[in-house]
Design a protein around this ligand. Sequence first.
Ligand code: NAD
Ligand code: TYD
Length: 351
Amino acid sequence: MTKKILITGGAGFIGSHVVRRMVTKYPQYHIYNLDKLTYAGNLKNLTDIEDKPNYTFIKGDIVDEEFIMKLFEDYKFDGVIHLAAESHVDRSISNPNAFIYANINGTVNLLNAFRHIWSDNFAEKLFYHISTDEVYGSLGETGFFTEDTAYDPRSPYSASKASSDHLVRAYQHTFNLPTVISNCSNNYGAYQFPEKLIPLAINNIKNNKTIPVYGKGENIRDWLWVNDHAAAIDLIFHKGRVGETYNIGGNNEWKNIDLIRLLCNIMDEKLGREKGASSKLITFVKDRAGHDMRYAIDSSKIQQELGWTPSVDFEQGLRNTVDWYLENEQWLKDVTSGAYQNYYKDQYDNR
Ligand code: NAD
Ligand code: TYD
């Protein structure tokens, strides 16, 4: 029998890679992609699979309690992979409430509806919640986040994600809901909205605009190619132990300024510019409020238990990502016209 899998946030960056993978690899599943199509959701991320017979797009808001309950009653989803969220830290600083509604209330609505349709009879069912390493807080120069690291979220974004993680665990403990959670480090790759560091820098370099580096550029992130995250999600969904948490990371730490310099060199080469031309665009700007210094993931649990490892060397992944953005000029133009211009002005003018 066909299994019905709901993927929320499937028109966003990571979600679109997960939808593509699941639709293509598992014809025995019917994949339902539920997305509100906020500024970050874009059906053009999925044009190559939109006509597949095992794929259905549903436009809707996870914050709408009645709509979600009715949707679950109508479709009786066997599995949920929940990615829909407000996802950008800077936006959570300007407008925290949107994050509370979508990330906390939205998650609870999905948990309630999943519980309701299966009346606590959960054989062969799974609710998989996708989260971030940012829930663990900020590291000093040494150490790594493990699955046992105490939560210490420090931005409205990470606090809302931490809250949703706690609620998922509470439903597992209190109602025996079959849940699994993964917490991943920073992703990069095709289809990422150019508010995040790497695509924003690519777009600016391409257009000869300054590259805004917060503070001194010394903050460190652990970067993972988005398709490797999608592969980990696939593996956890099928083989992860119910009730468990898995950390996913690239074992690939970069200081922002070093990453930007590498990106500038790649862009010089790809655009046929003189070596060093793009790095002249680097501009140090006012730091992000509450800026976490370092994230680094210990992913030994998923590596040892499920045999997952990152597949792509970072420099190669970055080169492929640059190629994708340069080849998909219209996609980039479409998402950076209109509302993006106002966003950019608000965030970066007078910074
Ligand atoms: P994104 O912002 O690109 O996409 C989010 C998607 O969710 C969009 O398509 C948007 O339209 C949809 N959405 C937002 N609010 C909604 C609502 N109320 N109802 C229905 N749909 C809604 O985000 P992303 O980078 O793809 O992240 C996806 C998930 O992965 C998030 O839960 C995020 O916390 C998590 N995550 C992201 C990263 C990263 O580096 N981007 C790392 C670890 C975890
Ligand atoms: P971002 O892509 O927003 O991801 P996150 O904050 O979730 O890690 O930012 C990655 C790093 O780059 C982070 O340390 C903030 C920094 N940054 C800049 O220096 N300039 C920018 O314009 C942006 C968007 C981010």
